[in-house]
Design a protein around this ligand. Structure first.
Ligand SMILES: [Zn+2]
Length: 78
């Protein structure tokens, strides 16, 4: 019975050390994943007025195409 208790303590120690080692590396891996691809790949579209590329989600839809800003939409479409 005495050996069993020691065995449990040794296994608990190994498990604890593994937890301590794994937790920081997992956290950094998650952070780099989020930094490299925030919400998946972005579709880039050119502004119909100045030609600058911007994410499609930030582009302004006009009758003649997509624009980088409301000012460029008004300049292009009058
Ligand atoms: Zn523009």
């Amino acid at each position: 019975m005495k050996y069993l208790i020691w065995l449990l303590i040794v296994f608990a120690g190994i498990w604890w050390i593994r937890q301590q080692r794994q937790t920081p590396s997992d956290d950094t891996r998650d952070q780099t994943d989020k930094a490299t691809r925030p919400g998946g790949p972005q579709v880039m579209v050119p502004c119909a007025h100045c030609g600058v590329h911007l994410p499609k989600s930030e582009a302004i839809q006009g009758t003649q195409g997509l624009y980088c800003s409301e000012a460029h939409r008004q300049r292009q479409e009058g």
